[in-house]
Design a protein. Sequence first.
Lengths: 178, 700, 298
Amino acid sequence: MYAQAFFVAVFGLAAIGFGVWVFRTSSMVRSALALLFSQTAVGCMFLAMQTEFLGVLQIMMMATEMSIMAIFMVMFMMDPGGMGGMDMTHQKRFSIGAGVVAAGVAIAVAVLADWAPVSAEAPAAAMQTRELGRELLGRSMMIFETAGITILTAMIAATAAAIPVQTPAHSDEKENPE
Amino acid sequence: MTSAQPITTKGSRQKQPRFAVLQAWVSRALARDLSCLIIPGPEVALAYGLDVTAAGMCSSATPRDATVLLIIGELSEQMDEAAAVLYAQMPRPRTILMLGGKTPPSLPDADVSADLSQKALTDAVERLQGLLAEGAFATYPEDFDASVLHVKIEYVCPMHPDVVRDEPGSCPKCGMDLVAQEAGKATSGHDHEHHEHHEHHEQDSPQSHEHHHGQGHQHGQAHEQGHPQGHANHKTGTDYTCPMHPEVSQDEPGRCPECGMDLVPREAGEVTPGHNHERPGHGHNEPESPQDHTNNKTGTDYTCPMHPEVSQDEPGRCPECGMDLEPREGSENGASGNNHDHGEHNHSGHGHDEHSHAGHEHGGHSHGGHEHGGHSHGGHEHDHGASGFMSMIEVTKDLPRSADGLAMDWIEVPFGPVFPGLPGGLKLMLTLDGDGVIEGNATSLVGMTNGDNDTEEMNAEAFVERLALATPLAPVSYRLLACLAIERAAGLADNPGTGRASALERERIASHLGWLALLGRQLGFTWLTQRASALQLDLRCASQKRLAALEPALRTLTARLGRTPLLKARLKGIGRLPADTPGLRGPVALAAGDAWARLWQRLDEIRTSLDFIRTNGEPELPGLRITDQASGRGEATVDTPRGQARLSLTLQSGRVTSYRLDTACSHHIGLVAELVEGQELGDALVAVGSLDLSPWEVMS
Amino acid sequence: MSVAVVLLALLGSVWLLAVVEGWTTTGRLRLTAPLLSGVAHLGRESIVPRTPDRLFFEAAPVLLLVVAVLAAAVLPLAPTLVIADMATGALFVNAALAYVLVALIMAGWGPNGAYAMIGGWRFLGQLIAYAMLIVMPITGVAMRAESLVTTVIVNSQDSVWNIVYQPLGLVLFIIAAMALAFRAPFDLPVAGGELGGGVDAEYTGVRLAVLRLARLTLVVTLALATTVFYLGGWHGPLLPPWAWSLIKTLAVAVSMLLAGRYLPRIREADLMRWCWTLGIPLALLNIIVVGILVLVVP
């Protein structure tokens, strides 16, 4: 129990630490990888909390997702190396405000929500996987499918919007950016 | 050891007395794990009949992985420099093995020297192993230094590329701190070429090298420019200016004296577009120097295709890279990404307060997003510039683009002169945008010169030898060419025998096999490299009978290539040359198509050459018939493996006084620029490889 | 105990692969060559290029080795010979191998060299081609086993190996695995003739030794994964289970190694096009076929 709490804390702090690093570096590549490792640490937190499937999934998906992000970054950023000493932050006042509000809401939910009694024993990992699968194919199917399609649409739309309109003569040479 | 002087290699590593036993053990392992980097290249080794693998070494693709620098023959001056750089890149302990010649001046004396023969090579490798086992680690390792390795650091102003100083300091024009960069490297964003010299990285102080990562340079500069020494001296108050002629400025509304347009209000501090607000006194209303205004004028200005920030009124050369400037429309796509937006801001004349204007100026050149979203940013008043939201679309929209429509920083990367998959001595400079080639050109570091100026007379025999030696990839062809030309100059009738022609055809087969080996190396097609190399070694001096025996093997090779999956996909449509391209010769002309067609043209030629030798008898090396004291002019043409070569020379009493050589490769090398442009990197290299350029046969 | 055994098996397989690799390149069969080469690398200078991203440069080879070993940790050599028999083993293999890409990006970015950088980004592009072809065939395998546990997956092939049950999946998985291990003909990020070593180009000495070890370990891990998912794992007559696992793994690994010798490097655009226009539809077809088989055949 204590060991579990310890590891959750360690990975949680690591996630926060990498999260801070995202904004403390001026290199976009470092920033992207810091974000990746922050998310990996969150995945490890899941593992420490005995939610094996979610943890492994998080660790796997984040590696791929952040890499896809890196592709977009390389395509559209002019300074991935941070030579220019670029600042990763902007709209500081607004972001601080938004951050404080969001943190307040999260804490409020954590404190005020009526969490069911703590179960003595987490279900076996295989059982969790099975139940998660049933959940995904049942009640939550619509939500997940919608989220997935939305993300895909957003990525394609963002790419399409970012690439300047080309003359038809050139457009056939282009590969699908995906 | 008997001698008092301990045996050490020239490139030995520091000996650590504490680890003496361990190091002795490691030395023995090093001696048995030899890999060599061949200079000028493995194809030259093959052409000389050297089999490195049989001698007990591996052939390494990069200097990082090599213990032995294997130099074959005399090196040209430029190759010598390249060799010094490569040697410096090799990790210690490193050794030099010199075959057939003396060690080039830039390098330390060879650890082992030997003749140009397989037997000598094998012996030399054994000696080298002994030497390494004993002397891989030395108490006082020798430093290696060569002038080519010294990187000159110069300091330039990011704003005024013409300001170049040897010392750090500030720019006399704008007062900015000068930025260090390598001399001669002003243009490329990437200072790390293959020719990196690792031994100097300690000496270069960290700040003397910006972190020139591939994409980064241009924006990096723009950004630095975005932090001038304060904007406090912006004047408040509005003046009126002409949207077309920003130098016009008056306190009251009115018409432009130059074009008659209505003047629009603007902030006083905004006189100048783009960069010059960093200049001292920029807040004044006086017209600024013309250079700073160009971008707001309609009409044409001149810019560098590589450096969009360069802009001037007149044609000329780019101060950064020396390229010819090209005209562009001043107001349309005119200004570079750095200052384009200013014009718009100026005429629209928003009544912003001073700070947001300062922000706008930044937005204009480094954070273009201000144009759209900048106003709503709550926090940018005090730390504008640094924290302005960067819209990459805005920043990059005026940068030059490659075929995929994405703007990236361009890096200039050398491929060669010693590069796996390209013939040694050929240096390919490619400007890359991601892995797309924007432009490229090839030069030969080992080419020949025409002897027009009677600089050195030599007797006919020596001339023949020299020409053959200068073209290691096709010595028989050029020997034949020289013999024919001299004989004709001497007035002798052509030799009716066919032995010479057979020898030429045999060399054609060997040369094409050498090309196949190179293709295999380029494509990572190991089997092809090994098979073609083995056949070439076997065949280069083979008799008619042996050639007949090898014929089935060659046919199998051809059939095998036809069946190889992915090969056609790799070569088809790459390096396409229209049939009417001027200057095509040899297989490149006959194939008149893409790399795939050229492959099959060469395979066909191997077959025809075999047939020719079968019917025309024993190959016989061309020797010069006696022409003593003859004089005259002669001209000959030989169809070398790479296409027709023409030699005309003047003979005076048995001595060659002048000659003029015209080779296929001299023409083909010019095609490279066109072939690589806009291609993916891999395709570009395949296209260059498919030309079968021999840098030795390029006339400079 | 099983940790030591599995690591030893990995190391032994890597050594054997290195021997075979040396044999094919030099034509000499020297059993000591890999050891000598390793020791020689320790003796060489390990150069740090000028202005590197030091953290990435140092971490990349180690990360590559760690993920290869981690992925192998959930793959069983015998019913009980597995380091961690996770409930999500098949997914974990994926998760660990996803970090191969991260390691390569770091190795490409770190040394501040043009060749390395292009190599790193090339692999990123390559991921987009092969990634789905790793996951989707594994989906088919897990469907048949009705479990993500690797030992259950092997047991599900008790009667009929997956190579017979879903051959299409095997073909796609092996191709994707070779692309993931960036072996020829998919060696775009290290391409000798195009990038002069690419992401390997700036590594020397000890770091290069680690990198090479990691690359070979990756091949062994992927071959072991192929064995577990498609070749019936430890199943086989006469020999003990672990021997069958090793034999199959080595056979797959050596054929992966040798296949590259006889093929030219694939074009990046072709790889992308074929994977998306051909590979993914086929992988979907495989899933449908397996689904039908699972439902129809008892």
